[in-house]
Design a protein around this ligand. Structure first.
Ligand code: GDP
Length: 297
């Protein structure tokens, strides 16, 4: 594991004089490589910078253990620090859905995988926790998105709120709440509209829906392949709507998942799940160790 970074750091340390403890120069030289590795993994620049600064403080002056090379030692320090940032409090897979019907608000940009993730999560709650789930699409601008959720619902055996033409997002949210209450559902999930970019109209709509539904969980769905942009998306959604967690999609792709670190560092909110494919069961609980390994490459 981390061969790339270990090799690179090995090279750095070969050029330095061996001492009993990691000197400031050793650490600084090594951390330049770490910073490059983080940026290559698509961690956003300010997050990479802050992270490296924090590790620099931890590493400087640490006694060099005999059994490992200084390079390996720095990699371990970096790895442990990464996990510390990535790990949220508590179990990432456990959602606050005890008071029925518990609303879950799904937010994010268009194309992030929001609708797919809504259905995957509904299936998971049904299969693993025996919950009765109702899903509703609030994307009134894109009838195809509403149809998509209905089709996925049929596929996985989860009810969707019937589509009524002409309603706005808030009206749909109210109807979902009513149906969930009177229909005896444990959870209702609101798949909000996404746009290609964040704009005021979108945020106003999501805020209005939030005010009606008072969600127990608001999950931000982010494409794990987005690098620098992930930070803006997270900042905007958390600032305007307030999120309780993040789902990173497309973690089955070639990306190194640096968005995970950026999201955690910027919002402080836990990453709950990762999407690992298009299939309905391709959703797993977030594991910091796995993502840390990928980020370090
Ligand atoms: P939305 O616009 O945010 O609702 O996005 P969709 O849910 O419609 O997803 C857009 C595309 O991404 C679809 O083709 C999904 O099958 C695909 N997708 C969603 N999540 C994942 C994932 O975790 N991995 C992969 N490979 N594809 C995904």
């Amino acid at each position: 594991m981390f061969e790339n970074l270990s090799e690179r750091l090995g090279g750095v340390f070969d050029r330095l004089t061996k001492q009993g403890a990691l000197s400031e120069d050793d650490v600084r030289a090594a951390l330049r490589e770490v910073r490059v590795a983080l940026l290559e993994a698509d961690v956003s620049l300010p997050v990479a910078r802050d992270f490296v600064k924090k590790v620099e403080k931890q590493a400087t002056g640490q006694a060099v253990t005999r059994s490992v090379t200084p390079g390996q030692q720095v990699v371990k320090i970096v790895h442990d620090a990464l996990i510390e940032v990535l790990r949220g409090e508590g179990d990432p897979g456990s959602l606050k859905i005890d008071n029925a019907p518990a609303p879950i608000l799904m937010v994010g940009l268009q194309g992030s995988g929001k609708t797919t993730t809504t259905a995957k999560l509904a299936k998971r709650l049904k299969d693993k926790q025996g919950k009765r789930v109702l899903m509703a699409s609030l994307d009134t601008n894109r009838p195809a998105a509403m149809e998509q959720l209905a089709i996925l619902g049929q596929q996985i055996g989860v009810d969707t709120l019937p589509i009524v033409k002409g309603e706005n997002a808030v009206q749909i949210a109210r109807r979902a709440k009513q149906q969930a209450t009177f229909g005896g559902y444990d959870v209702y999930m609101l798949d909000t509209a996404g746009r290609l970019h964040i704009d005021e109209v979108l945020m106003d709509e999501v805020q209005a829906v939030r005010d009606v539904a008072t969600p127990r969980e608001t999950l931000l769905v982010v494409d794990g392949l987005t690098g620098q942009d992930a930070v803006n998306v997270a900042t905007e959604f958390d600032g305007k709507v307030g999120i309780t967690g993040v789902v990173l999609t497309r973690m089955d792709g070639d990306g190194r998942g640096g968005a995970a670190l950026s999201m955690r560092a910027v919002t402080g909110k836990p990453i709950r799940f990762v999407g690992l494919g298009e299939k309905m069961d391709a959703l797993e609980t977030f594991e910091p160790e796995r993502v840390a390994g990928r980020i370090l490459g």
